[in-house]
Design a protein around this ligand. Structure first.
Ligand SMILES: O=C(O)CCC(=O)C(=O)O
Length: 393
């Protein structure tokens, strides 16, 4: 089953330029609100390696935070090169097997194909039942400019397998310390996906909340569905970035359809803020926050390496959801251990590349580090097709 729909634009659709112009007042209002809230700055840890309490409080208050300048320019360069290489090796369309240079495309031998396509400027999820129906309304789908390709790459999976720099990023000590501070020392992974918003072509992600499992759990709280990081490889703008409704992670399941209806049917929901970043900034967004992104009618590329973490107890014993719901898997101890092992191998891959950097100590693998060093053997045992063991809730 594909987890993306094939949307069609109608003759009513705005042109790309009309869409861009129609967003400008909304963008300016969002930027003003974002500046008032603040919620951004360096990723500060206390002496014992915990995310600074002020930042934790700000995250829990608003449901997001922007960590500035976490990834240095050299590492951003390596991530860009690997992400661009992955993009260049994508099949030319959803059913193709060769890339734009006629080479065999990357990932045809993976257990899960690593690319998802959409039509230019389209919304492949909004108003569909895909991904547990969590995108109830459709974004505006502008008409792309003349000569646009029929399909564009929208998502790339498998960054820890396909991008050596992506695996090293997954072991980043400050990001893992943040995961530990928010989700506890036994925190576990969720999944990863690279959102690609190509200039003038990138699709939208309709307003949604990520989590689908715990809305009616007796122990529901504002952190039960974990969070996602996004590592930005290029500067982002209000036109191409992710938008968040501050505080919405605290309010339970939102009625997004009613919110859009109450807004006269417009997707320009009031009170939302754009997460505008520089390259190397990292956002953290609570998976219960209402968030989304608009069709990229701007001239600027966005590539966001997105990966999340959960509390262990939110995941253990739960059923597979979202893009892996059809596997009917249940997340037992073994599954959680196997997927979490990617973190430990990533920590060692990073340590081999940056031996002078502090090494994060991942509690579930204390004493097991030697079995999970980064080697060709662990690449085969732990990393290859690791995303078939994702822990989506
Ligand atoms: O980056 C985007 O445009 C969408 C990201 C998103 O929806 C998510 O991380 O859940």
């Amino acid at each position: 089953m594909s987890d993306l729909a094939e949307p069609v634009t109608s003759s009513q659709s705005p042109s790309r330029a009309e869409h861009a112009a129609g967003m400008s007042a909304y963008r300016a209002a969002g930027e003003r609100l974002a500046a008032e809230i603040g919620n951004r700055g360096p990723l500060r840890l206390t002496d014992d390696g915990t995310l600074h309490p002020d930042i934790q409080a700000a995250y829990w208050r608003h449901g997001y935070y922007i960590f500035e300048g976490v990834i240095d320019a050299t590492e951003v360069e390596a991530l860009r090169a690997d992400a661009q290489e992955m993009l260049a090796r994508a099949p030319v369309g959803p059913d193709a097997t060769v890339d734009a240079q006629g080479r065999r495309a990357l990932g045809l031998d993976y257990a899960r194909l690593p690319y998802r396509f959409t039509k230019p400027l389209a919304d492949p999820w909004g108003g569909t039942q895909l991904l547990n129906g969590r995108h109830p309304t459709k974004m505006s789908q502008p008409k792309p400019d003349e000569g646009a390709p029929e399909h564009v790459v929208f998502l790339m999976y498998s960054m820890c397998q396909s991008m050596p720099s992506g695996l090293r990023l997954y072991g980043h000590p400050k990001l893992l310390a943040t995961a530990q501070s928010i989700n506890g020392p036994d925190f576990v992974p969720f999944n990863d996906a690279i959102f690609v918003k190509q200039p003038g072509l990138g699709g939208s992600v309709a307003w949604h909340q990520d989590g689908v499992t715990h809305w009616n759990s007796p122990d529901w709280d504002e952190g039960i569905h974990g969070f996602n990081f996004q590592v930005q490889l290029y500067p982002t703008t209000p036109a191409n970035c992710l938008w968040v409704l501050p505080g919405s992670h605290k309010l339970g399941k939102a009625d997004i359809k009613a919110m859009v209806e109450a807004n006269g049917g417009s997707e320009q929901l009031p009170g939302a803020v754009p997460l505008v970043c520089e390259a190397g900034d990292v956002t953290i967004v609570n998976r219960q926050a209402v968030h989304g992104s608009f069709a990229n009618s701007s001239p600027d590329l966005r590539i966001s390496l997105t990966f999340g973490f959960h509390r262990r107890k939110s995941v253990l014993g739960q059923k597979a959801a979202l893009s892996i719901a059809d596997t009917n898997a249940v997340y037992d101890e073994q599954r959680v251990f196997d997927r979490s092992a990617v973190i430990q191998v990533a920590i060692d891959a990073r340590h081999q590349a940056f031996p002078d950097e502090p090494v994060f100590s991942y509690q579930p693998f204390a004493g097991l580090q030697d079995q999970f060093r980064f080697t060709p053997e662990t690449f085969d045992r732990v990393i290859r097709d690791y995303n078939t063991k994702d822990l989506s809730i």
